[in-house]
Design a binder for this molecule. Sequence first.
Ligand SMILES: *Cc1c(COP(=O)(O)O)cnc(C)c1O
Length: 457
Amino acid sequence: MKTIIEPFKIKSVEPIHFSDEAYRIQALKRAFYNPFLIPSDDVMIDLLTDSGTSAMSSAQWAGIMMGDESYAGSPSFYRFEKSVKDITKMDFVIPTHQGRAAEKILFSILGGKDRVVISNTLFDTTRANIEYSGADGVDLICEEGKHPAIPAPFKGNIDTEALKKYIATHGTEHIAMVIITVTNNSGGGQPVSMANIRETQAICRQHNIRFYIDACRFAENAYFIQQREAGYKDKSILEIANEMFSYADGCTMSAKKDAFGNIGGFLALNDEKLATECRNLLVITEGFPTYGGLAGRDLEALAIGLKEILEPSYLQYRIRSIEYLTEKLLAAGVPVMVPAGGHAVYLDAKAFLPHIPQDQYPGQALVCALYTKGGIRGVEIGSLMFGKYDEQGKLIPAGLELVRLAIPRRVYTQSHIDYVGEVIIEVFEGRNAIKGLKIIEIAPLLRHFTAKLDLLS
Ligand SMILES: *Cc1c(COP(=O)(O)O)cnc(C)c1O
């Protein structure tokens, strides 16, 4: 088989600012060992997130000029709405400025004290919005999803036996909804199978529980279903997406992921009464229902992006580039989550840095080492992001200590990815010299964004 090439050529370029290790050591110190606090000009390859970092296509940029900025009833909204409906077939489409704004609205209505939201794994903003409403989030990831080194085709699946058991033990009264994240961002970008979605919906329907999808990476998930699940090989990405959404009562989506947007999000719902309540909140926090938190030009770019994401050659290249980096790392013995996920490579920091205990944040230590060595910015998904404390103030560590290197869509070429692999392997070879960290300042919610840390001597 020949090399799978980038299915695009480059019309407009941005310079990368080169720096040396001595400079980056200082930059990291100034940022309190938290790469979120590093100015992006000081980063060479930015793998902090694939959110809002996509390269838009020339068609999307043309759409930006076509955007209609009418306050009410803009044709750009109707085009956006049509793109969302073509994919989700849901009746009510509510635009928001980001995914979390959709979450905030939804959980303000369905969340609240004594309520729980059950998921395969809640993303950090989703969990924060649930908890902020007074509700609790419960993650029931399948057993395969708990073992980074053991491959399985659908490690993002929710544990349906655990879900049934939860219902049997606690009843259904407090359950606000079940929401499945596709692909499972916080659990390695691993896909969820159609069978799992179908079964979860059946359980929910039987018990009269709402079933939602966190749809940020629906197209990447659909591609995995097409490649890996029996019966889907000859179905198009759109057909698979249609089926996925057909089981759900609604979805939230960050259009900064699989819609190639630099900003945007939406809520799509089948329940008219709930949609009315959501729109009532929308107008006080985001804007009028035909623009939400977005400009007409954004809606136009997203309407086009939602069509482009369904292209088979794009998805093949996309998933292959993640797999390519994963294979390079595996060949060098680097502990990396397998199989490769949809949007990111996840390093297993516990296995990478076994000499650093979890209360010294091995994931964050690895993130810092990658920046120092190669100017690469990743993000910790472990005890810094998800850790809690017991009554004595002792850390209750996260289940996994991962470092996520998220690949922006259509931004980096194969040589950038090769460079990333080389830097990781170099850091791996010098891993014994890497030291742990301690927290010196931390916020109560979404704590990893602003945390300040210091090196342990
Ligand atoms: C990014 C993301 C969100 C939140 O979306 P924003 O646009 O960043 O507010 C929610 N869920 C998942 C799975 C995400 O990846």
